[in-house]
Design a protein around this ligand. Structure first.
Ligand code: TYD
Length: 206
């Protein structure tokens, strides 16, 4: 495939949105055609699923939750991401299957390998060229979100130990695939994180 697929991962409140916006501008300024998208969401069906997954008030069984994320992912990759990569675009995506491994695996305590395999089946094994993990301690992330005054969604409202498990899982995933992951300390300045990201991305986009 001609394009480049870059994913961002990290806990809620890790600063992904800010860094994605800065990277999008940097890539466009450097002459690349960029598609910015996110999971859950990114398509019409995805946004409907996003609403169910994040704002449904009743209990959702852990495996059902994993399947809903996988359904969103499958449709998103098939209809939006693969076509963009085939055109040769750079796709910058907020969350991908590592989110499922961390949140549904470590968070909800499902088997990590099964969750990963489910996502890879759903996407016909599309792997990112680069995954940027913004690592922030759960208490720092929580404090940032409280300043935000938004209503917490179903996942964000989970207890501190849930978010600690998610963080540990992300770090273990990065350690297992050091070539794919760039792990950055998400507590340092926005500018220095952006600089570290563009240094690495310039190698990947050529
Ligand atoms: P996100 O869009 O990053 O939230 P926000 O825009 O509010 O920061 O992600 C929504 C939530 O869904 C987030 O808490 C993480 C969770 N999530 C999973 O549990 N599994 C997944 O596979 C994905 C993609 C997200």
């Amino acid at each position: 495939m001609a394009g480049v697929f870059i994913t961002f991962e990290g806990g809620d409140g890790s600063g992904k949105t800010t860094q994605i916006r800065l990277l999008q501008k940097w890539l466009s300024d450097n002459g690349h055609t960029v598609v910015v998208t996110r999971e859950p969401g990114g398509t019409d069906l995805g946004n409907e699923l996003r609403d169910i997954i994040l704002h449904s008030t009743g209990f959702i069984a852990p495996r059902a939750e994993a399947l809903l994320y996988a359904a969103d992912r499958s449709h998103h990759i098939h209809t939006l991401v693969r076509p963009a990569l085939e055109r040769g675009d750079v796709v910058v995506q907020d969350r991908y299957f590592d989110s499922s491994v961390a949140y549904q695996g470590a968070g909800r305590v499902l088997d990590a390998t099964e969750v990963r395999e489910l996502s890879l089946w759903a996407t016909e094994r599309l792997m990112p060229h680069l995954t940027i993990l913004l690592d922030v301690p759960a208490d720092v992330a929580k404090a940032r979100q409280l300043g935000d005054e938004r209503r917490f969604d179903r996942l964000e409202a989970e207890a501190q130990d849930f978010h600690e498990r998610v963080r540990e899982s992300y770090l273990a995933l990065a350690e297992a695939e050091p070539d794919r992951f760039l792990v950055l300390d998400g507590t340092v300045s926005v500018e220095s994180i952006h600089e570290a990201i563009t240094t690495r991305v310039s190698d990947v986009v050529g």
